[in-house]
Ligand binder design. Structure first.
Ligand SMILES: C[S@@+](CC[C@H](N)C(=O)[O-])C[C@H]1O[C@@H](n2cnc3c(N)ncnc32)[C@H](O)[C@@H]1O
Length: 364
């Protein structure tokens, strides 16, 4: 087991989300056909149709995730009773999200609008009543583990570069969390309903550490390089840095299948429609269009990375690791200043690559 946990969740209160969530927005739009297709498959289920989006986040992507299903259902039966439930942690920007849902680009203003609900809590606990969900999504969220993790891992801040026992221990946590997530959703989905999970993933690659290439390896190795430079310069406590690992795991296809092979209850609860890792046509460099201007390219990568990483870094690295009389805010500013400088100098060496692990399950 990991040396110790903190009580903290692995993500809380992401910052500047809507302005820096390009990958999430692209992902929701790319998946609209799949969502429409799943919505069509279940449109004959009895009673109210409910769409629940687990780990919805605060941004426009939460709207774009729901919209194709609503359009499909409203087209097939304009008077059908519909509801949408946005589910996320307490620290989500709920006001921001509600503003979008009911705003000009939302889905709740027109005629036959669905009932809008929220579920506040963790998807590693029950979030909604038994058998109340017809179609569920969980996009770009399930790769966050249930709690933050503390390991002795001096060489890296990222799960995919862990080796030996540390990797094994971390995978055990990830596998347990994934199994728990599936068991909880089995209780919440109605018979015949679908669960569609899409997370950052990983693929086998010869010659790579652990023979596996994981999404975002450029970004996380840039974060590791900055962490190491700040320890080297005496700005961050070495012990804090040696024990910090982001609470993330990006599954390969084989890893995503494991719970169904090991646990008869899950095999009985779900029929597997799809478990696959989807490569992106363009490789996944979010900002390749700006490569000719390294200053702009660096600014965009720094903003994007800060949006998902700053909260974890602050809680588990800057606050416990402040040294040389610097406070956490100073360290955060310095960290992202160095990250920006690194991207300006090295540009696409640290570009993001993406593989998406897609799991589509039908509740038996
Ligand atoms: C990168 S955002 C993705 C948001 C949205 N699904 C999208 O695709 O744009 C990840 C979201 O997962 C949420 N999240 C992470 N762990 C969670 C948990 N245990 N329970 C509920 N939500 C969680 C975070 O709060 C965050 O809003």
């Amino acid at each position: 087991m990991p040396e110790s946990d903190t009580d903290g969740r692995s993500t809380e209160g992401m910052v500047d989300y809507d302005a820096n969530s390009l990958a999430q927005k692209q992902h929701a739009l790319r998946n609209s056909d799949v969502i429409s297709e799943l919505a069509a498959r279940i449109s004959s289920l009895p009673g109210l149709l409910n769409f629940t989006d687990y780990g919805c986040g605060p941004g426009q992507s939460a709207i774009e995730t729901v919209r194709p299903a609503l359009a499909t259902w409203q087209k097939s039966n304009p008077s059908r009773a519909l509801s949408v439930c946005h589910a996320d942690l307490p620290g989500n920007d709920w006001n921001g999200l509600t503003g979008l849902v009911f705003g000009e680009t939302g889905y709740a203003a027109g005629p036959n609008a669905p009932l809008v609900q929220t579920a506040v809590g963790s998807f590693y606990e029950r979030m909604v009543p038994d058998a109340s969900v017809s179609l569920a999504t969980c996009f770009f969220a399930g790769h966050w583990l249930r709690t933050s993790v503390r390991f002795h891992a001096p060489e890296t801040i990222w799960f995919a570069d862990l080796t030996g026992d540390a990797r094994q221990q971390m995978w055990q946590r990830a596998e347990d969390d994934w199994t728990l997530f599936l068991r909880l959703r089995a209780e919440e989905l109605q018979p015949g309903g679908y669960l569609y999970v899409s997370s950052l993933g990983a693929v086998p690659e010869e010659g790579e550490i652990n023979q596996t290439a994981a999404s975002g390896r450029g970004i996380y190795r840039a974060l590791q390089a900055v962490t190491a430079s700040m320890v080297e310069d005496g700005l961050l406590d070495r012990d804090a840095a040696d024990h910090f690992v982001f609470g993330l795991w990006f599954m390969t296809e084989a890893e995503a299948r494991k719970p169904f092979e090991k646990h008869a209850d899950l095999d009985e609860a779900f029929e597997i429609d799809t478990i696959a890792v989807i490569p992106l046509d363009d490789g996944g460099d979010l900002f390749s269009a700006y490569l000719s201007d390294p200053v702009d390219y660096a600014r965009r990568y720094t903003g994007y990375t800060k949006a998902f990483a700053a909260t974890s870094l602050r809680a588990h690295l800057f606050e416990p690791g402040a040294s040389a009389g610097k406070d956490a805010q100073w360290l955060e500013d310095e960290f992202f200043r160095r990250l920006d400088a690194l991207y300006r100098e090295k540009t696409s060496i640290y570009a993001c690559e993406q593989w998406h692990t897609r799991v589509i399950l039908r509740r038996r």
